[in-house]
Design a protein around this ligand. Structure first.
Ligand SMILES: [Zn+2]
Length: 86
């Protein structure tokens, strides 16, 4: 099982540049970022099961909690400058 990769160039770039669109093969961080931008994440409020399935498929090496945490972090990264919806 891979840790969240910090030396992945695409993950590094994505942290510096919002909506960076490249993903490295086999990188857990990139997989989480892809899930965070998928329809499954956008619709998670009313369809959490699809998100769970998508996460399990994208990051089979992580526990669901750890994988969900990574997805949340990328979601927050991408939406950091938007107004809170609460
Ligand atoms: Zn990556």
């Amino acid at each position: 099982m891979r840790e969240a990769v910090t030396d992945c160039p695409d993950c590094t770039q994505a942290r510096a540049q919002r909506w960076w669109g490249a993903y490295a093969n086999g990188c857990t961080g990139c997989a989480a970022r892809a899930v965070a931008r998928s329809g499954a994440a956008i619709n998670a409020g009313r369809d959490p099961e699809t998100l769970d399935r998508t996460i399990a498929r994208a990051m089979p090496g992580l526990t669901p909690d750890a994988a969900l945490q990574l997805v949340r972090e990328w979601w927050q990264q991408d939406h950091a400058t938007e107004e809170p919806t609460t």
